[in-house]
Ligand binder design. Structure first.
Ligand SMILES: Cc1cc2nc3c(=O)[nH]c(=O)nc-3n(C[C@H](O)[C@H](O)[C@H](O)COP(=O)(O)O)c2cc1C
Length: 325
């Protein structure tokens, strides 16, 4: 289904918010979430059957992805005139329960979130080159405020030396990841035709070939050089992070990330990820020290103006991720 064919969220049916939650980004497009509607609340669970043990052994990015979904849920609720009370990692016997969202009639402040609603369907991960147009200081300010509003931070890399340092770490990370056969196998497993509703889509005719190439060949050098160039040439390179590094902070990072991405979209921008330097622990420590981060880097983003509108990436049907009570 095209994202634009979705029915609008309804205040008297909170399950109508879930089709918007699942448009959130997720690593390898695994969509590692499940939902349950109990009375007027939405329970958000991690789906660890979609975990990426080679890429994300601690489920950090999995939890960030679920945080992104929670942000969309809140924004869809605001569009329906509802304020969301979100309890993160509530006490529960179920380790998979990440958050419970309950809803009430919204005040004006929360309703300002509704302005971001239309960008849920317009956001894309934009892996191509951006145009050369510079991003205004006002827009950058809005992005950093978006992260702060969610108790995360966004450090925009303004100095050439910082950009250079991150670009080097990204290409070093590419080399390390591509040299790891388990990492390559995992990536290949999530590259498949879009009809499955998840993963990184490749046309069905070339899918078997692409999977074999990714599984078999260490392309770290070539990809590292390309990513380094993308990092150096993007109008903005930024690191999103949190003060601490516990699972609740990862969830917070996800909410901050999605608010930044939607605010970017509101300002005509799109983003993509260069997370290699955060995914590999030794590089993450280097990144943290080189940038004098105020806590823990969680995501590395490049941002800019897209030169074209990309097709949407696939999603599982909402009914497949909603558990019956
Ligand atoms: C926590 C997280 C980590 C991600 N890491 C990467 C990454 O390292 N490289 C990349 O190209 N995309 C990355 N993505 C983007 C996903 O691949 C993308 O969200 C997914 O394919 C769905 O596409 P969409 O964002 O256009 O809806 C990441 C997304 C999230 C939420």
């Amino acid at each position: 289904m095209a994202y634009t064919q979705l029915s609008p969220p309804q205040a008297d049916d909170v399950s109508s918010l879930i089709p918007y939650a699942i448009l959130a980004p997720s690593s390898h497009n695994t969509q590692p979430w499940r939902f349950r509607v109990v009375d007027n609340s939405v329970y958000l669970y991690a789906d660890r059957t979609k975990a990426l043990p080679a890429n994300d052994p601690d489920d950090r990015e999995l939890t960030i992805s679920c945080g992104c979904a929670a942000m969309n849920l809140r924004i869809a609720a605001a569009h329906a005139g509802l304020a969301t009370h979100l309890e993160i990692l509530p006490h529960s016997e179920n380790d998979e329960l990440l958050a419970v969202a309950s809803f009430s009639n919204a005040s004006d402040t929360v309703l300002s979130d509704a302005e971001l609603f239309r960008f849920i369907v317009e956001r894309r991960t934009y892996r191509k080159r951006f145009t050369e147009e510079a991003i205004s200081d006002v827009a950058l300010q809005r992005l950093t405020e978006a992260a702060t509003a969610e108790q995360a931070w966004l450090q925009v890399l303004e100095h050439e030396s910082d950009r250079h340092c991150v670009s080097e770490l990204v290409s070093e990370g590419d080399a390390m990841q591509w040299a790891n056969p388990s990492w390559r196998r995992e990536l290949a497993a999530w590259m498949h035709p879009r009809r499955k509703g998840d993963g990184l889509p490749v046309p069905w005719l070339v899918a078997p070939f692409a999977q074999v190439v990714v599984r078999t060949f260490d392309m770290g050098n070539g990809i590292g050089a390309k990513d380094k160039e993308l990092a150096e040439q993007s109008p903005v390179l930024a690191v999103l992070g949190t003060a601490r590094d516990a699972p609740s902070d990862w969830f917070v990072a996800g909410q901050g990330l999605e608010r930044v991405l939607l605010t970017a979209c509101q300002n005509g921008l799109q983003a993509s990820y260069l997370n290699q330097a955060v995914q590999i622990p030794s590089l993450r420590t280097k990144l943290q020290h080189s940038l004098h981060c105020d806590g823990y880097p969680q995501i590395v983003l490049r941002l800019g103006f897209p030169s074209e509108t990309l097709p949407t990436s696939p999603r599982r049907n909402a009914l497949e991720v909603i558990d019956k009570v």
